[in-house]
Design a protein around this ligand. Structure first.
Ligand SMILES: C[S@@+](CC[C@H](N)C(=O)[O-])C[C@H]1O[C@@H](n2cnc3c(N)ncnc32)[C@H](O)[C@@H]1O
Length: 260
């Protein structure tokens, strides 16, 4: 039987990410995870979600749980990842951090989120997941089904990518394509941030290096993650403004949208 494109996306994602999250030296060359986290935390602070007690939060493809663990410890945290090991590790890490109400599960392609979680959430998150799926509108619709009316979706994806740059991306977003999908699902966009022009500057080098196991790439990645974890958000925004003026394109978009 021939695999459909979404089956093969899933197999490639599982293969890539089970190795990725197990590695001590993760390949974090594209999009500093520290910069991404800083921007995410800036947004939840702006929307006063970071300190709100007892919110229910769902993260589609939570990775190391960086976004989920940015919420208050009284929150109910739920989400999906592709491997049992990651789900177990992140659950244990969350417990150590003092989170007690967690429901993290392994993705099951036979089931939708909506059929697995009959409850609804105050906040849903999809951060750098939709570009790994060739039909992201279906995955996004499933995610938004579990959002409460009045609830908030926080979405982040790469934009202005060139096909072939990242071999694990199966869909290439632009600012307008993400906005269009979100609006077509009936959500009202509250905020749209286009950022990370630095990756437009660095990507020709980073993507050339990613095809080889290269110590320089790891040093570059650690350096960038180290620097972005220290610099305040306003400094990162300043760098973006300068690079935009020099003609570099934003490589990442964050959308905050509300279900009416
Ligand atoms: C680039 S990582 C992002 C991780 C995390 N959300 C973050 O922003 O740090 C993409 C993650 O999506 C997961 N993933 C890919 N396809 C998925 C799917 N169909 N459902 C749930 N997770 C998926 C992968 O296992 C991987 O951990």
């Amino acid at each position: 039987m021939q695999e459909s494109s979404s089956d093969s996306d899933l197999i490639r994602n599982r293969d890539e990410y089970s190795r990725h999250w197990r590695s001590r030296f993760r390949k974090t060359w594209n999009y500093s995870s520290q910069g991404k986290l800083k921007r995410f935390r800036g947004l939840i602070q702006e929307f006063r979600l970071n300190s709100r007690a007892s919110l229910s939060v769902f993260d589609q493809g939570f990775g190391l749980g960086l976004m989920l663990f940015s919420f208050d410890k009284s929150c109910h945290l739920a989400g999906l990842e592709l491997s049992t090991e990651v789900v177990q590790e992140v659950t244990q890490f969350g417990r150590k951090q003092g989170f007690v109400d967690m429901d993290l599960r392994v993705f099951n392609e036979e089931k939708t989120i909506a059929s697995s979680w009959p409850c609804k959430f105050d906040v849903v998150i999809s951060s750098h997941v939709l570009e790994h799926i060739s039909k992201p509108e279906i995955a996004l619709r499933d995610l938004l089904t579990v959002l409460k009316p009045g609830g908030i979706a926080i979405l982040a994806v790469p934009i202005n990518e060139l096909p072939g740059e990242d071999l694990n991306h199966f869909f290439f977003f632009s600012q307008s394509s993400l906005v269009e999908i979100v609006r077509s699902e009936g959500l009202k966009i509250s905020k749209c941030v286009e950022c990370d022009c630095i990756w437009d500057l660095l990507s020709p080098l980073a993507y050339r290096l990613q095809r080889r196991s290269n110590p320089f790439l790891k040093i570059l990645s650690f350096g960038i993650n180290g620097v972005t974890s220290i610099l305040p958000l306003c400094f990162l925004q300043g760098i973006d403004a300068i690079l935009k003026r020099c003609g570099y394109k934003p490589r990442q978009i964050f959308l905050v949208a509300r279900k009416e």
